[in-house]
Write a protein that binds this ligand. Structure first.
Ligand SMILES: [Cu+2]
Length: 144
């Protein structure tokens, strides 16, 4: 799992890695502008992530550490099932959610550590590249 922990230097390192080695990959994955989850009246950080073949929108989500996050996962596919994997128990989350075609559901977790974490879909058919390899991944940027 690609992951970089907190700290300015590691963030800079990560950025350098992206700039030097990841331009093609990032372009392929869309690398949209960062989207900041909105804190609702309930104090929960809310965001909607749309799942399509083969992308998450947004693919760059910013949240705050120490505050609950609720993600609404909406699949806009007709047939292809996807999933949403975001797992780092040490950082406060173990999300492994199936999202069937056309379905919408929510997951909730509270990130406890800052850092950049990758969410992705590991679905694949035999002998064919996984959805993640086709660009279905995104970054959760947990900030202070
Ligand atoms: Cu998928």
């Amino acid at each position: 799992m690609t992951r970089v922990r907190s700290g300015f230097s590691s963030a800079a390192c990560w950025l350098s890695a992206v700039l030097v080695g990841g331009l093609v990959h990032v372009a392929a994955a869309g690398a949209g502008e960062p989207v900041v989850a909105q804190v609702g009246a309930d104090g929960v950080q809310h965001a909607t992530i749309t799942l399509d073949s083969y992308s998450y929108t947004p693919d760059y989500l910013v949240v705050q550490a120490g505050k609950a996050v609720e993600l609404k996962l909406t699949s806009v596919t007709f047939i292809t099932p996807h999933n949403f994997l975001l797992t780092d128990p040490a950082a406060g989350f173990t999300v492994e959610q199936e999202v069937r075609a056309g379905k919408t559901l929510t997951v909730r977790f509270t990130p406890t550590q800052t850092g950049v974490f990758i969410y992705y879909c590991d679905k694949k058919l035999l002998f064919i590249a996984s959805h993640r390899e086709k660009g279905m991944e995104g970054r959760l940027d947990v900030r202070q």
